[in-house]
Design a binder for this molecule. Structure first.
Ligand SMILES: Cc1cc2nc3c(=O)[nH]c(=O)nc-3n(C[C@H](O)[C@H](O)[C@H](O)COP(=O)(O)OP(=O)(O)OC[C@H]3O[C@@H](n4cnc5c(N)ncnc54)[C@H](O)[C@@H]3O)c2cc1C
Length: 404
């Protein structure tokens, strides 16, 4: 029986649930939670795959440590390694891959080999870094049962402001400015929300959540976070005061928990508005706003009954260009997907910035991945999983016969 590994089932590309054939089972890691070990002095943790991010954070907090991957869901650590989760703080701390020091994996071979790659060493060039093959493999090479992580000192102050740029043209300059002028603190998030995305998030919360209460929502809002120790708030004010003349139209200080509640409510808010076609894309940071402009033009001109809601981790060059369809179902989704992916390619971007590959975007992987890379990926999958027992059947590299 083919099995699909499943953690918290919060993945957004459809790879963690079996298809409808009735021939595929779920292998849940829900009960793989005992044996979490933290080395407080060494700043590492060995985490069973089924432990949730929130539980790991609860265990690290008394040691003044954090696993600095932040997102609006509560995934398992095994699922995070399998998808190489990104999140809001990649610009400061990197993605999950950057923190994975080792893994323990059960292979789908005839012996169910337990592959022990579970080191907590930060330096180890004594062999190839095979553990990294499993990061971002989407459950296609083996079942990750433990993950060794590099964790970091938890900042004592996190300060967020909502900043409205005077125009979209100054946004990248502001990003560069906050990175350089953070003083003793550090720029840990630089999120963009369009007015429509902001409205969707606010629709899930009570009226006091609105950072722009008393006026209209801006067309572009930036959620900017600095993290550090005492004095982070003052560092933020100093950076705001030193911003290039005329670049900021409005700026409002809001406690971090309240700011993030708005940001994290956007996905659910959009789902409540109607059917959503999500595009989780990235581009070189210098091109990402041009991509956003082109996407707005594309939807306005060719799919006028739909609504584009842009939001995401602009600081690392990624955006969610999510399109809410009209209730009448008049949008040709295949045309929309093709047009949006073509734009992303024109801007030198990726069709899957952080959510990975699954049935929802497998066709795009096949269409855009160079044949030599596809062949090598297929060979790797066959090497690890010769009997074709693991992973969603629609993963593009879950491939058994000769490629057509
Ligand atoms: C509201 C919301 C916000 C989100 N925001 C972000 C974000 O900002 N950034 C981001 O990157 N993602 C985001 N996501 C996507 C999602 O949370 C991540 O992909 C997450 O890390 C998946 O973890 P999971 O435990 O839910 O895995 P699942 O969804 O259960 O599985 C995901 C994939 O990993 C495989 N898998 C799971 N566990 C294992 C294992 N132990 N061994 C091998 N394979 C395994 C599955 O087969 C599947 O292919 C968001 C999701 C939601 C719902």
């Amino acid at each position: 029986v083919r099995l699909v590994p499943q953690g918290a089932n919060s993945g957004l590309v459809g790879a963690s649930v079996p298809d409808g054939t009735g021939t595929v089972g779920v292998l849940s890691t829900e009960r793989l939670t005992s044996g979490l070990a933290i080395d407080a002095a060494g700043h590492t943790a060995v985490v069973p795959a089924g432990v949730r991010l929130s539980a790991l954070e609860d265990a690290l907090a008394p040691h003044g440590l954090t696993f600095p991957i932040d997102l609006g869901a509560d995934p398992t650590i095994g699922g995070m390694a399998a998808t190489n989760t990104g999140g809001s703080r990649v610009l400061a701390y990197g993605d999950v891959r950057r923190h994975v020091l080792g893994v323990e994996v059960v292979l789908p071979d005839a012996n169910a080999t337990v592959l022990d790659l579970l080191t907590t060493l930060r330096k180890d060039n004594s062999r190839m870094a095979l553990h990294q093959l499993f990061v971002g493999s989407g459950g296609s090479l083996g079942v990750i049962t433990k993950v060794a992580l590099d964790v970091v000192v938890r900042p004592t102050e996190q300060v967020t402001w909502w900043v409205v740029p005077s125009s979209d043209a100054v946004v990248l300059a502001l990003l560069d400015h906050f990175e350089r002028q953070a003083g003793s603190a550090r720029l840990t998030a630089f999120e963009l929300l369009s007015g429509a995305a902001l409205a969707a998030g606010l629709s899930r919360l009570d009226a006091t959540a609105n950072p722009f209460a008393g006026g209209p929502l801006p067309a572009t809002a930036l959620l900017v976070e600095l993290s550090g120790g005492d004095g982070t708030g003052d560092a933020f004010v100093a950076a705001l005061e030193a911003a290039p003349d005329g670049s900021i139209a409005d700026a409002r200080s809001v406690p971090a928990a309240r700011s993030w509640a708005v940001r994290h409510a956007v996905t659910e808010g959009l789902r409540a508005r109607g059917e959503v076609v999500g595009f989780d894309v990235s581009a070189p940071r210098s091109a990402v706003l041009a991509l956003r402009d082109d996407a707005r033009q594309l939807v306005a001109e060719r799919f006028p009954s739909a609504e584009l809601c842009e939001f995401g981790h602009l600081g690392d060059g990624s955006l969610h260009l999510n399109v809410v369809l009209d209730a009448a179902g008049s949008v040709d989704v295949a045309r929309l997907r093709a047009a949006m992916y073509a734009l992303v390619a024109q801007h030198g971007g990726s069709f899957s910035a952080e959510h990975g590959v699954g049935p929802f975007n497998a066709a795009q992987w096949r269409a855009t991945t160079p044949p030599a890379v596809q062949d090598l990926t297929d060979q790797l999958v066959r090497l690890f999983d010769p009997r074709g027992l693991l992973g969603h059947p629609a993963l593009p590299y879950r491939h058994e016969g000769p490629r057509p």
